[in-house]
Ligand binder design. Structure first.
Ligand code: NHO
Length: 368
């Protein structure tokens, strides 16, 4: 076995997990022949079951074209036992072991520190661990240092866009951050890129829901909680000691329609037009000044403040000309002060998210 043979356990076989497995299958021969990198998928878990491949089994057989590994999962999977799952991936038969967490589970995120301390590497698009308490955030970093293990999470922010890696490159080369400001939600990007005052806000939310751009309950997008997690992760990346509940978040869900009031999704959608006036007034006011409204996340590094809120920007601003569900991030640093460094592109979808996770796996292999 070469140094680049890596035992892989995939937790979560939903949209991102299954797309990642497909992308790894497609690249497998090339990675092996050109770079000597050999990722061996040895275990896959869903929320209640797990499939542990025996030492004689090769996942390539099950994922060959014309065969659906999901069928094999259904036949062979047993009840999920996370400790056995992790022990199997890290059984010492291969030189390195990595867990890829493709769930959105906080419970899984809460295990990272112990897994890193047990010698496993970790790659994930799941934001829960990095946006948990600062204490746990530090515990993860301590575990990595103690065992020289790696944890990569590029897809925590902006799916496959180079956002975390850009922050790291700037810091490592000695630059200092002034601010990070961005549109981090594909859903809210779409909604505000469409919202110019000609169509009521509630109608655009309805369209976005029908197109499948929102969560099944659009309030999850409109409340800004997911953007707040991304902002905390970026804030911590640039050195702020910040907790999720210290971020000021402007929710776009009218208080009377909050889920905590017992309002169903159907009733929320039906009554949202009652609240159109205020946002319509704001967009028209912005428009009269040649501005647009954007729902942004901000890390103000100089004032050590993070916020998630609706802001008005001139049409000529990089945020002004955004299209579709693109994400965009402006990094202002000492070196990029007069003109910010801007990263822009699709920030949602299984293909680009899985590719971000896959790139992290290759980044990990680059350390061996
Ligand atoms: P799914 O399809 O629900 O799959 C989750 C899987 O995890 C399921 O197989 C479930 O059985 C398993 N699971 C849940 N709890 C488990 C547990 N305790 N133990 C074992 N397995 C468990 O979710 P996705 O879509 O595949 O997402 C996976 C992760 O990627 C999540 O952390 C999500 O936040 C992250 N992610 C997904 C996407 C995406 O495209 N689907 C994006 C970013 C991150 O950029 C994407 C996006 O859409 C961003 C956002 N919607 C926006 O900007 O508007």
């Amino acid at each position: 076995l070469g140094d680049y043979t890596i035992s892989v356990g995939i937790i979560g076989r939903g949209l991102v997990g299954s797309t990642l497995i497909e992308q790894m299958r497609e690249q497998r021969a090339k990675l092996h022949d050109q770079y000597g990198v050999d990722f061996r998928i040895r275990a896959i878990a869903s929320s209640s079951r797990m499939w542990l491949l025996s030492s004689g089994e090769n996942f390539d057989e099950f994922s060959a074209p014309g065969r659906n590994w999901m069928d094999d999962f259904e036949k062979r999977a047993e009840t999920l036992d996370l400790d056995r799952f992790v022990g199997h991936v890290n059984d010492g038969t291969l030189p390195h072991a990595v867990l890829v967490d493709c769930t959105a589970s906080g419970e899984i995120g809460a295990k990272y520190a112990s897994w890193l301390r047990a010698g496993l590497h970790l790659v994930t698009p799941n934001k829960k661990a990095n946006s948990a308490s600062m204490e746990y955030y530090r515990e993860i970093r301590d575990a990595m240092r103690a065992r020289n293990t790696h944890f990569f999470y590029e897809a925590n922010v902006g799916a496959g866009l180079p956002i975390i890696s850009t922050v790291r490159d700037l810091l490592r080369t000695g630059d200092s951050f002034l601010s990070i400001e961005g549109i981090f939600s594909g859903t809210l990007s779409y909604i505000f890129n469409c919202f110019d005052g000609s169509t009521p806000f509630s109608r655009i939310v309805q369209q976005a829901k029908e197109l499948g751009y929102t969560e099944p309950d659009p309030r999850e997008d409109l409340a800004g909680a997911d953007v707040a997690r991304k902002v905390v992760i970026l804030g911590r990346e640039v050195g702020l000691d910040i907790e999720l509940d210290q971020i000021s978040v402007q929710s776009l869900v009218p208080a009377a329609l909050d889920a905590s009031q017992g309002v169903s999704v159907a009733e929320f959608m039906e009554r949202l037009p009652e609240f159109d006036d205020e946002l319509n007034r704001q967009v028209q006011e912005a428009s009269s000044r040649d501005q647009v409204l954007r729902y942004v996340g901000v890390v103000d590094v100089q004032n050590r403040r993070c916020a998630v809120e609706l802001r008005a920007y001139p049409r000529s601003h990089p945020f002004g000309g955004l299209e579709g569900s693109d994400n965009i991030v402006c990094f202002r640093t000492v070196r990029y002060d007069a003109q910010p460094l801007v990263v822009r592109g699709p920030g949602a979808g299984a293909q680009v998210t899985a590719a971000g996770v896959f790139a992290d796996l290759l980044r990990l292999a680059g350390h061996f």
